[in-house]
Design a protein around this ligand. Structure first.
Ligand SMILES: Cc1ncc(COP(=O)(O)O)c(C=O)c1O
Length: 283
């Protein structure tokens, strides 16, 4: 069966889908996006994702499309027969002759796609940690906006791939870890978990927000403060979170092995909290 995309008001065969070459998303990466988990045919944390999309659009001065986004995300997953997977939405400012300044009359362009993803290995894989490398933080000062403008992120991820690593962590001139190229960054030390506070320096991940609540309910101490790379290298454990990575343990940061290289028990516990959360939502 061919894949179906929602494109500006219609569901179309992806092979035949078209966008205007003067769409400002194409010309300027002028837009915002979301990636949401589909768990057994249901949207996981659909409302927080839609709220964050609206927030990103408002910060970019893009009018929110007058659509039931939650419904359209679900329908796109259903039309693609995605039971477990992701649904992607991007909203760009619209079509106009190329000019940095934008008219305020544009109609935002909306594209939604969905694809299957086998969450089982991701959720079961908490017994082994992965490697992260570090790279200088060169991004703009509004990383809280989920913008489709991702050049530093894709270059960092590519650097990680070429180094045989799972992720790259951005490190500021002051030596602080902000987040990964497509994940939030966490460390665990003596049972306390530390992650960068939600500020303009990071994307406030939906998994991050969910997990903070789950950890607090489970009595795990969470500190939302910046941590340095040095502190991370001495930590008992570390992990990254995102919609597709869920809770992925980290065993190596650059050439440093964390602890004895096995997954810290607190990190294992946190991974199991998120696994239980997804499976409960999928029932
Ligand atoms: C830069 C960045 N940080 C964090 C995240 C994690 O966000 P979420 O948990 O909402 O998937 C992402 C996800 O794409 C990201 O791109």
């Amino acid at each position: 069966m061919g894949k179906t995309a929602y494109v500006n008001g219609q569901f179309v065969d992806m092979q035949a889908a078209q966008v205007n070459i003067e769409d400002r998303g194409y010309q300027f990466a002028d837009g915002a996006y979301e990636v949401c988990t589909v768990a057994n045919g249901r949207l996981l944390d659909g409302d927080p994702h839609v709220r964050r999309l609206h927030r990103s659009l408002a910060e970019l001065k893009i009018p929110a499309p007058d659509l039931d986004i939650r419904e359209l995300l679900l329908e796109t997953a259903q039309r693609n027969q995605v039971d477990w997977g992701i649904v992607y939405i991007q909203v760009t400012r619209g079509v106009a002759p190329r000019n940095h300044a934008f008219p305020d009359t544009l109609t935002p362009a909306v594209v939604i796609t969905s694809r299957p993803l086998d969450y089982q290995p991701v959720l079961a894989g908490a017994s082994q940690g992965k490697k992260v490398i570090t790279t200088p933080e060169i991004r703009w000062r509004r990383c809280d906006i989920k913008s489709i403008s991702l050049l530093p992120n894709i270059l960092a991820k590519q650097q990680a791939r070429e180094a045989g690593a799972f992720e790259a962590w951005f490190v500021t001139d002051e030596g602080e870890v902000t987040e990964g190229s497509s994940t939030n960054a966490w460390i665990s030390n003596a049972g306390t978990v530390v992650t960068h506070p939600a500020s303009h320096a990071i994307l406030n991940g939906i998994v991050r927000q969910t997990l903070i609540e789950l950890m607090e309910n489970a009595g795990i101490r969470v500190e939302q403060r910046p941590f340095t790379l040095e502190e991370a290298k001495w930590a008992d454990g570390a992990f990254v979170t995102s919609t597709t990575a869920c809770v992925t343990p980290v065993s190596h940061i650059d050439d440093t092995t964390l602890g004895d290289g096995s997954v810290d028990t607190t990190v294992q516990h946190i991974a199991s909290l998120y696994r239980d959360y997804i499976y409960a939502a999928a029932e």
